[in-house]
Design a protein around this ligand. Structure first.
Ligand code: BGC
Length: 758
């Protein structure tokens, strides 16, 4: 496609028509210039291709496809290669179905456990979220199918999602919410980015020049097109100016006309419109030039792939020796989820799964001795004493009870947020009744976000299966019976209760105003800093084997912030079965730093597989960003001088090895001396002590330290040495003039400031 020639040949109206879809799922084409329409489809964990009636809520049917584990599940694998493999399978499916762009991955931060779409998102941690997303993007795009990372930016709730205004300070945006997208954009070069519905700091994401152009393109090097979330356009002309290229779905010509009028009126430069068209055509051409409609993919083989991914993602939260079960164990599977598992969430990501396995059938197929009783009714959603009594009998008659519980469809979905973190009462009552008669009780959970577990102390095991795609039953049975050794780790914290969550006081906001007052203290960054007990910490997940960490090595004792440092650690499988371990590296901030920072932050993770007795070395490379925080005065990432902790763990609260590295900044600390700088600030400057000596002597005398001590008044005599120092430390320079009684003048202070800032 000769894009420049096409743009030259296009009429103004044709160009404007390219700025919105031709229907619900296709871009606009121009027949006379041979510009084809291409199809986009949801995403993110399967292909929701609607061949007939389109909708963005998952209401009308889509073609049969393989439903892979949802974002929350696959993020818990902590395995970049695994999610890349899933991406490749999705890419093949798109090629075979003629879909140019898959709308995903979804990578908003889980600010609160309540967000209705948490099941689609990866994590509360931006490093994990962005790096897992990058791998999925690379997998999909390796098949020459585009991705649309979403929803950019600060879209962390469903409540009033089309009009709410996320008010987030710059540092928090940079370190948490933008960071979740940044690495994925820079490393994986997604073909498209989907802007979110909401406003960010007063401006709709769909017309936010700063984020869509200055950050995304100028800073991060994004070179694809930006598409609106479905219906996210507020003012189309402002959107074009801001860098929003494609409006979806079709504006039915309404907004195209406004674009034409704006160009004619001279309020929109036609060159800006040309650039928009150029970006759309570039992606259309990229797909068209390498279409592979004969791609063969095998849904049954992908079902097995989905099973493997689910098996390596589910998280074993608790195991008091009850798991794995022997095939011959008489087991009572209880709860309707055991035969009708919840394996995906509601809304635009809803996949028409080509087949679904359930735990009862899968366990029986593996030869297990299993009975089933319903326990609760998923539709009725009320405590049913008869069903509970049957379940209790079944539990009594067995060696072990496995209760399948979780959140039914209506409890969490796109479009609304949860209001509490509890399971349905019928599930909690069932678990309590079963555990009262059967000490060997295991709970399997199907949910897309943390839940409270009032019975946690009574049960022997908990397997967090999350929403693990169509192979859920097979993968669950694989883990319960030890065919697969669990290796998932939580990509989010399970707080003891909702009220402990840092966003609790402000979540969903007032009307359309949502203040992110907890700042950078999201998830474990908050719980750790406050030393709070949690139900299960970030990064937690058990195995049927054990791992020993040893021999931590940090390649350098001291580096500059422009250097990198290598960290290696040996991991040994000290148990009796093969297992995988997700090794996590956190960095603790500088011991000399002044910035208010989390206790530690995830900066690396690697998943390795080990045979019993085997040892492997895991290595990490840390660079400036691993140590930096976003300094708003510099408007850049900044590393404070000092010793940083290298903290290696099996979870964020199961630390196995500690090291340090000194990092020295090559950037001058922000120059900020002025008349309101304190004497303490000056003393901390490298030449400060020397420069300030004469003033300190004078001030010391004023506060009753010098020769005139005898003559000083009673009040100054009463000052203790400590109080005196504290007062001097916090005294602004301008006050020195006043309190020195004329011994220090303005000119001297100005000169001092000049020397300090030099
Ligand atoms: C969702 C997007 C989705 C789009 C198209 C919107 O409601 O927020 O994630 O891709 O619909 O279905």
């Amino acid at each position: 496609m000769d894009i420049e020639k096409i743009i030259q040949a296009m009429t103004l109206e044709e160009k404007a028509s390219m700025c919105s879809g031709s229907d619900f799922w296709h871009t606009q084409g121009v027949e006379r210039l041979d510009v084809p329409k291409v199809m986009v489809s949801d995403g993110p964990h399967g292909l929701r291709k609607q061949a007939m009636e389109g909708d963005h809520l998952g209401i009308n049917d889509s073609i049969k496809a393989v439903c892979f584990p949802t974002g929350v599940t696959v993020a818990s694998s902590f395995d970049k290669a695994l999610i890349n493999e899933m991406g490749q399978a999705l890419g093949d499916e798109c090629q075979a179905e003629g879909v140019a762009v898959l709308l995903g991955p979804a990578m908003n931060i889980k600010r609160s456990p309540l967000c209705g779409r948490n099941f689609e998102y990866f994590s509360e941690d931006p490093y994990l979220s962005s790096t897992m997303a990058a791998s999925q993007i690379k997998g999909i795009q390796s098949k020459n199918v585009g991705t649309s990372i979403k929803h950019f930016l600060a879209n962390n709730q469903e409540h009033r999602r089309m009009s709410s205004d996320s008010q987030v300070d710059e540092r928090t945006l940079r370190e948490i919410y933008m960071a979740s997208f940044e690495t994925a954009v820079k490393e994986a070069k997604p073909w498209t980015v989907m802007c979110s519905y909401n406003k960010v700091n007063g401006t709709y994401a769909s017309e936010n020049h700063r984020f869509l152009t200055e950050v995304l393109r100028d800073e991060w090097g994004f070179d694809g097109f930006v598409v609106s979330d479905w219906g996210a356009v507020n003012n189309r002309v402002e959107g074009v100016k801001a860098g929003l290229d494609l409006e979806m779905p079709s504006s039915m010509g309404i907004n195209d006309k406004k674009v034409v009028e704006a160009v004619k009126a001279g309020t929109l430069d036609e060159k800006v419109l040309d650039e928009t068209v150029r970006r759309i055509l570039t992606i259309v051409d990229r797909f068209e030039a390498n279409k592979k409609p004969d791609t063969v993919f095998d849904r049954d083989a992908d079902h097995e792939k989905a099973r493997k991914i689910a098996g390596e993602s589910m998280v074993l939260l608790k195991n008091d020796g009850v798991l794995p079960l022997a095939v011959g164990t008489k087991a009572a599977f209880i709860g309707e989820f055991a035969v009708k598992p919840r394996f995906q969430g509601g809304g635009s990501s809803h996949i028409n799964a080509h087949k679904v396995s359930n735990a009862v059938d899968s366990a029986k197929a593996a030869g297990a001795d299993v009975t089933y009783s319903k326990g609760y009714d998923l539709i009725e959603d009320k405590v049913d004493d008869v069903l509970i009594a049957e379940a209790v009998e079944a539990a009594k008659a067995s060696d072990v009870a496995v209760v399948f519980a979780g959140l039914p469809d209506a409890y969490e979905s796109e479009g609304y947020d949860r209001t509490h973190m509890s399971l349905p009462e019928s599930h909690d009552r069932l678990i309590e009744a079963v555990v009262a008669v059967q000490p060997n009780t295991v709970v399997v959970l199907h949910n897309g976000s943390p839940v409270e577990m009032p019975w946690i102390g009574d049960v022997k095991g908990v397997l967090e299966a999350y929403l693990s795609g169509q192979s859920v039953g097979d993968a669950t049975a694989d883990i319960l019976y030890g065919k697969v050794n669990p290796s998932g780790k939580l990509a989010e914290t399970f707080p003891l209760k909702l009220k402990h969550n840092p966003s609790y006081l402000y979540y969903v906001g007032e009307k359309d105003v949502v203040e992110y007052r907890e700042g950078v203290f999201v998830g474990y960054r908050y719980y750790d800093k406050k030393e709070m007990d949690v139900l299960f910490p970030f990064g937690h997940g058990l195995s049927y084997t054990s791992f020993e960490y040893s021999n931590l090595k940090v390649s350098e004792a001291s580096i500059k912030d422009t250097d990198t440092v290598e960290v290696t650690v040996d991991i040994t499988n000290t148990g009796t079965v093969y297992g995988k371990e997700a090794v996590q590296l956190y960095v603790a901030p500088s011991d000399k730093g002044e910035a208010i920072r989390p206790e530690k932050e995830l900066k690396g993770y690697e998943k390795i597989g080990l045979e019993p007795g085997e040892t492997k070395t895991v290595s990490f490379t840390l660079d400036k960003r691993s140590f930096a925080y976003f300094n708003v005065v510099l408007n850049d990432w900044y590393v404070e001088d000092g010793n940083y902790g290298i903290v290696i763990g099996s979870s964020s609260r199961d630390i196995r090895a500690n090291g340090t590295v000194e990092v020295l900044s090559t950037v001058k600390a922000p120059n900020k001396f002025h008349t309101n700088s304190t004497l303490g600030d000056v003393m901390n400057h490298e030449k400060g002590q020397e420069l300030i000596k004469p003033f300190m002597e004078i001030m010391g005398n004023v506060f009753g330290g010098g020769e005139e001590e005898e003559e000083s008044d009673a009040a100054s005599e009463a000052l203790t040495e400590e109080m005196k120092m504290a007062m001097l430390r916090d005294m602004p320079l301008r006050v020195v003039i006043l309190f020195s009684g004329g011994s220090v003048n303005e000119a001297q202070i100005d000169e001092l400031i000049e020397q300090l800032n030099a």
